[in-house]
Design a binder for this molecule. Sequence first.
Ligand SMILES: Cc1cc2nc3c(=O)[nH]c(=O)nc-3n(C[C@H](O)[C@H](O)[C@H](O)COP(=O)(O)OP(=O)(O)OC[C@H]3O[C@@H](n4cnc5c(N)ncnc54)[C@H](O)[C@@H]3O)c2cc1C
Length: 387
Amino acid sequence: MPECQKILIVGAGIGGLCTAIALARIGVEVEVIDIKPDNAVAGVGWGLRTNGLRALREIGLLEDTLAIGFPTPPLAYHDRQGRHVVDIPYGRQFDGMPNNVQLPRTGFLEMASARAREYGCAIRMATTAVDIEQDDAGVSVEFSDGSAGRYDLVIGFDGINSSIRGYLFGDRYTPVRSGGVAWRAPVAAPATLKGALFCHGFGGKVGFVPLAGGMMYVIVTHFEAGRPRHNRAAFPQIMHRVAREMMGDSPFMAEAIDSLLDATNVAYTPLDTVMVPYPWHCGRVMIMGDAAHAMTPYLGSGAAMAIEDGVVFAELLQSGDALYDVQTRFMAQRYPRVKTIWDTSLQMMHEEFDSATPEALDRRLAHLVNEEPAALDYVHRILESPY
Ligand SMILES: Cc1cc2nc3c(=O)[nH]c(=O)nc-3n(C[C@H](O)[C@H](O)[C@H](O)COP(=O)(O)OP(=O)(O)OC[C@H]3O[C@@H](n4cnc5c(N)ncnc54)[C@H](O)[C@@H]3O)c2cc1C
């Protein structure tokens, strides 16, 4: 029987909800709180590779996930003129699962929270923890709605700006500006778009990623000095301008780029990072997911790492070993794997941005053809290895 019988998860994002399900499946009483009023999130789509799908299979979510997502062909890189450069695969397929599935963000959260509730998890939205005090026997938490609870363990899955990380470590680990930013917007997809298509421009890319229902999301990534405060009302115009600058006067995908001017729900995300070194716990309070290891999205693996965290922790907790032993084994298992993916994702971002001049862009495109496939094959083998 797990040592922790009652666990509070702070944060009902992808990691928090999947962890809630993983823990409920081994008999733990789970409560989840989230400061947001509902499951709506900025950003539209996300991809999950085989390792993430394998983790979802462990907690019985694979079928529901495949029902709302769709497998994607390799990522096709083009240059600014629309000339095909190289196809980058997402890794090998195994156990009959696709090697990458494209998913709706809000749709996944709705599905996962419905399943968590079926497993008996109590989820309260628009609620946060206002006071946490732990002793040897448990953790006492006061909530923003005036209620209180006592738990064997509190897990902070509250994202890159985690308040639970602040409770554990003060301001020792705060988000670090990587220099990269991402713009994302859902718009209608051209009928010809079958898989993700990235156009490499000077110092960044414009990507077109198909979604269900004839839609796609456009993503623009580039380096941005400082931390400018963009006017939210002007996001569509700014994203359009950056995409156009990236593509020069090329007519390739011009219609799709112009449709950004009418986009609603444009998300602008500075690609900040956090990497908390060992340990991610102190007594009966822990952090996981982006709260512990927010990475740049260049391997599309942040959410997959968060899901893996929860699945691995539940497996270890099921052993019935003392919490401290479970936590230290968890760290030994998770830290090297997560750190490798975190490092590689950051390196890949810098490689993309090192393309600001015509000569640098030529070098970068040659790198994509000659070195990137083998470099990614190495990462895929790590992702495919047991977590
Ligand atoms: C542009 C971009 C593209 C990405 N693409 C991919 C991809 O394709 N594949 C992939 O695997 N990953 C991708 N990621 C990364 C992925 O989105 C994150 O790693 C993942 O969402 C982390 O999950 P999480 O549950 O740890 O945190 P989050 O998803 O950030 O969830 C945290 C939750 O905690 C809640 N919260 C915050 N503060 C509090 C508080 N004080 N009290 C209560 N609740 C609180 C929030 O409301 C939120 O619901 C991408 C990221 C970006 C920026």
